[in-house]
Write a protein that binds this ligand. Structure first.
Ligand SMILES: C[S@@+](CC[C@H](N)C(=O)[O-])C[C@H]1O[C@@H](n2cnc3c(N)ncnc32)[C@H](O)[C@@H]1O
Length: 309
């Protein structure tokens, strides 16, 4: 019997299609077979690609001729469906109306990550349906949405909310967090709000309201000049510094070698083209993961989460 390799669908975040395409092409086990706008179909095992917002685990293609036949096909293959509308919007709306209603409540933080199984579907053309009864995200097209908080000093807080919610992990009250590149203070605000002690480091000042919080120690310094030994052991190291990926990598290695930080959550930012060589170096750090949060722009979140000794 001839064993065929599975085809998996990867949905690129909006405007990052080229990055996902390059990531697939660079992956040793994947072969790009087909592209439908932001959806890339690749042969090979399910891969943990960074520039991916949702994985279509079991994509299948059908020829269809009517709206009701398409809706029937979808109902036969699964219960709950999220449309990926990339064209044929009117036709897709009419089909979706014939499917069970998809309720999407914005998340609260802290709160629980929904566990529901969600299918995804799209029309490649008026007669071609692609569906996947299983996807990696419980949110339609991986679009995570929170009940927002207007008191936060910046919208960057949403990145940490999403990271903690999706990973089902949160710094515990009284853990010590080092927040590098912290101004105006969105991440520091989240961490202090969880009851953590925060050492907040930036060359720019924190929002004045935060500077008065007794849980927060604010250092007006260059994060790259900070000697880990002068800070001592921390439970979490966060970095949202605007810098080249190689510079962040150096900083991360300094802290790993000093063995003074247990968990890391760092934003890798790109100015212009994505630095895939630097990403490969981050990936080589054992136990770490790189992902594109829905709240990330042209940037990725690198993390290393380790158990307490
Ligand atoms: C995207 S902002 C951080 C936003 C912040 N995480 C928040 O939640 O509000 C990036 C920050 O990196 C800081 N930064 C850039 N280079 C730095 C350096 N060498 N040392 C410390 N901070 C730096 C900038 O001053 C800026 O405030």
């Amino acid at each position: 019997m001839v064993q065929t390799k599975p085809i998996i669908g990867y949905l690129a975040p909006e405007s990052l299609e080229k990055d996902l395409e390059q990531e697939i092409q660079r992956h040793p086990q994947l072969e790009l077979k087909h592209q439908i706008a932001r959806l890339f179909l690749a042969e090979g095992p399910i891969a943990d690609l960074a520039f991916c917002q949702n994985i279509w685990c079991e994509p299948q293609k059908f020829t269809i001729d009517s709206i009701s036949q398409t809706a029937k096909k979808l109902r036969e293959h699964g219960k709950l469906w999220a449309p990926l509308s990339q064209g044929f919007h009117r036709r897709m709306t009419l089909i979706q109306e014939q499917l069970p209603k998809l309720k999407s409540q914005p998340l609260t933080f802290p709160g629980s990550w929904p566990e529901r199984e969600l299918g995804a579907w799209t029309l490649e053309d008026a007669n071609t349906l692609w569906l996947s009864p299983k996807t990696s995200s419980p949110f339609a097209n991986g679009e995570v949405c929170f009940v927002e908080n207007r008191e936060a000093p910046s919208r960057a807080y949403l990145k940490l909310w999403e990271f903690f919610s999706a990973q089902k992990i949160c710094p515990q009250p009284s853990e010590l967090c080092l927040d590098l590149g912290s101004s105006p203070g969105g991440w520091t605000w989240v961490l202090a709000g969880l009851g953590c002690k925060v050492i907040s480091v930036d060359k720019a000042p924190l929002t004045p309201a935060l500077a008065k919080n007794p849980l927060i120690q604010s250092l007006k310094k260059d994060a790259f000049q900070l000697d880990p030994k002068s800070v001592g052991p921390v439970d979490w190291l966060f970095s949202d510094i605007i810098c080249y990926p190689e510079r962040l990598l150096e900083l991360v290695h300094t802290w790993i070698e000093a063995d003074l930080a247990r968990n890391f959550v760092c934003t890798i930012k790109f100015q212009g083209a994505t630095d895939f060589e630097a990403l490969d170096k981050f990936r080589k750090i054992p136990g770490s993961r790189i992902q594109h949060l829905f709240c990330n722009k042209h940037e990725l979140t690198w993390s290393l989460i380790r158990p307490r000794n």
